[in-house]
Each structure stands twice: as structure tokens, then as C-alpha cells.
Design a protein around this ligand. Structure first.
Ligand code: MN
Length: 202
């Protein structure tokens, strides 16, 4: 089955004023769509790989033939990361984490403010294009960043939150001010979804 572009779970303008409508339209309809199309093109002659879920595919890149591995890494990573990214945002944001997720954040970072500070540092420190992540290992959380469309899932890890820091995610509204984009982005984080991913962990 070819991979398909999932619809946005809300309207294009639903994250305004933090993430603008034009950015969302181009980001979802053009950038994400291109990752899906390029992934399908790479997998065209590999029906065995086409059967895997996108998560299983990018978690097992070593099993992908070398001739298409880079294409699958970049475009499969792009498809996985963006599908997750849309779900991790919600119009108007969400109440801050409570329960087991809040406890894990306190244990790992000291509190949500410190998580945000470390996450922002990783996101700002990512030179060029990439992502910042909150990674879960058992009940422990940590911050990572990856270049391009790489994802900690490629290293067998579990991510519960991630933010796209490619310029295409913010340049129309924030130009070179990545820090302003990140500060605004916290206002639309879907903490319920993050908690769901956390509780679903092995
Ligand atoms: Mn993107």
C-alpha cells in the first residue's frame, strides 16, 4: 500500500496567530506531500518494504537496500515526523501536563519550565535544518535534536514530543527569528497527545 498524506487534524488557520495559515498550507500540502510522494517513488519496486508501517520502516533502515536507503531515510523520516508534528499541536493549546507525565517531567528536568528551556536550547543549537525532541526511555525523559528528517525512532528510541525547526516551518511569519517561533509554538502544544504517547510506552 502506498503511503498517503494524512489530512491535517484541524483547519489550516486553526493555529493562528502562533502558526500562520499560509505556512500551514505550504508545509502540509507541499512539503509533507512531497515527502510522501518521494517515499512512494523510492519504494515502488520494493513491495516487501511497502507492507511496513512508516514507523517500522524508519526504525529498520538497515534492512532497506542501500540503493534507496537515503531516499527512505529522508522522505520516510519526513513523512513520519510531519504526521506526528500535526498531531502534537492543537488549536488554542492544551492544559499543561498532569499525572504521570508531569511527574516524569519533574524527575527528568525539575519541571516544565526547565524542560522548555532545555528543549529550546536544543532547537536553537540545531545548525541548519532539523528537529528537537523529547525522548522517552522507560520512565525517563531526555532532550535530543536531529539533523534533516532524522528521528530518534531511527535509533530505536521513542519520541513523545517534537518540533520542526526547518526554516519552512516558520520563515514566512518569523523570518530568521527561530527563537520567537519556538516561544510561540509552546502555545499550541497538544499536551494530551504527549501524555497519551507517554502512557502508551513500553
Ligand atoms: Mn517541516
Amino acid at each position: 500500500m502506498p503511503h498517503t498524506l494524512p489530512p491535517l487534524p484541524y483547519a489550516y488557520n486553526a493555529l493562528e496567530p502562533h502558526i500562520d495559515e499560509q505556512t500551514m498550507r505550504i508545509h502540509h500540502d507541499k512539503h509533507h506531500d512531497a515527502y510522501v510522494n518521494n517515499l512512494n517513488a523510492a519504494l515502488k519496486d520494493h513491495p516487501d518494504l511497502d507492507k511496513l508501517s512508516i514507523e517500522d520502516l524508519i526504525a529498520n533502515l538497515s534492512k532497506v537496500p542501500e540503493s534507496i536507503r537515503t531516499a527512505v531515510r529522508n522522505n520516510g523520516g519526513g513523512h513520519y515526523n510531519h504526521t506526528l508534528f500535526w498531531e502534537l499541536m492543537t488549536p488554542g493549546g492544551d492544559k499543561e501536563p498532569t499525572g504521570p507525565l508531569a511527574s516524569a517531567i519533574s524527575s527528568a528536568f525539575g519541571g516544565l519550565a526547565q524542560l522548555k528551556e532545555q528543549f529550546q536550547k536544543a532547537a536553537m543549537g540545531r545548525f541548519g535544518s532539523g528537529w528537537a525532541w523529547v525522548v522517552q526511555s522507560g520512565s525517563t525523559l531526555s532532550i535530543e535534536s536531529t539533523p534533516n528528517q532524522d528521528c530518534p525512532v531511527m535509533d530505536g528510541k521513542k519520541v513523545i514530543l517534537g518540533c520542526d525547526v526547518w526554516e519552512h516551518a516558520y520563515y514566512l511569519k518569523y523570518q530568521n527569528k527561530r527563537a520567537d517561533y519556538l516561544t510561540a509554538w509552546w502555545n499550541v502544544v497538544n499536551w494530551s497527545k504527549v501524555a497519551e504517547r507517554f502512557s502508551g510506552a513500553a
